[in-house]
Design a protein around this ligand. Sequence first.
Ligand code: SAH
Ligand code: SF4
Length: 347
Amino acid sequence: MSAIMSRQEALIGQTLEELEELMRRWGEPSYRADQLAQWLYRPVASLDEMSNLPVRLRDQLAEETIHHPCSIQAIRHSRDGTRKYLLSLDDGELIESVFIPETDRSTICISSQVGCSMGCTFCATGAQGMVRNLTAGEIVDQVLQVALDMGHTPSNVVFMGMGEPLANYAALLKSIEIINAPWGLNIGIRQITVSTCGLVPVIRRLGKVGLGITLAVSLHAADDQKRTRIMPINANYGLESLMQALHDYVRDTNRRITIEYALMAGFNDSEIDAAQLVRLLGGLLCHVNLIPVNPIRGGRHKRPRLDEVERFQSLLRRGGLQVSIRKERGGDIEAACGQLRGQWEET
Ligand code: SAH
Ligand code: SF4
């Protein structure tokens, strides 16, 4: 058996090219790879359902490969229709994904790592520390597992679950290829958002690739000292280098950037904070998303009242920025931004 199809590597997560290579090695005609991809990347639970593949090929696949790298351990249902999934991986690690229904679309929020090494003080995943990167298959399978449970594939994918996607670059690019490809999940590139805490060199690499995804950047403070206090990454890549990279990204891709700003009462929600943010973002093609910070266990950041959030929004608007307030979804099941931590013993 070759390296690309060892027992550890699942079928979900293979590109069409890799499936073609596998079929060639097994002496199958190459169109089998197209057929296989068509089955793999739609919500199909078992190899037995792949009716146009010969039984002997299905048997060989069952014998020599793993189909899904993730399996659903538990699901929590929110009053607002949001669902949080606890998924287990082959090595027993746990990750979470969130399905968010809206009137005109549905979004799945997926994880890119088990844990995260970035240590942001307001984030439950950060408190967990870094365990390991996910494979492309483990990233893609989150979308498929949720699609299987919901009975349809979500229209939008956001990399805003556990982990820092740009710290898992190769798997991120491969998973985006599969999620977007016509032979894959066929979700439009504009419907895919990747959120980063600001890994400047990787933002630059991503800009050069020019994928057409939406880049979201977690800013949360417009002042270096303040940002470093809540986001240690800022000590390595400060605001000046981050802003330069974002301007270059817009120049290279022509895409508007989403700026995420989690409002923490008494920390980053004053008039001065708003004025600094207006100055920092002036001239950048961007949209600001204000997120009243979600409480995490043992966390020290406080959520501002809605009227304070609206006041901050109007200050930014007056400064010429495009701003929206992100509606909290799934807060009652700890599925909101930053609340994912991949362990449910106490819940
Ligand atoms: N690591 C990436 C993506 C995952 S976090 C990143 O940091 O961007 C997804 C978003 O949730 C980020 O904007 C993150 O800053 C935000 N977030 C984390 N903890 C939060 C919390 N407690 N309340 C609100 N937003 C939070
Ligand atoms: Fe990691 Fe993002 Fe959480 Fe920061 S906010 S610790 S980068 S997952």
